[in-house]
Design a protein. Structure first.
Length: 62
């Protein structure tokens, strides 16, 4: 660590360091949860009975 970083690190309370570490790891945690969720759902395919298909118009406008 350089001098400025060590001064900042020494003036932080343990709660501030924990909060800073939590904010630094939050994006990684969100990405890992997204990958885990998608890995479970990836083989399900397209559901033809979902709301998007049910809301499609029936027939050509004319």
């Amino acid at each position: 660590m350089d001098g400025a970083a060590s001064i900042i690190a020494s003036t932080e309370s343990p709660g501030q360091r924990l909060r800073r570490r939590a904010y630094e790891t939050l994006p990684l945690l969100v990405c890992l949860l997204a990958v885990a969720f998608l890995s479970v759902r990836i083989n399900k395919g397209i559901y033809l009975g979902d709301e998007g298909v049910a809301c499609m118009p029936q027939g050509a406008p004319g």
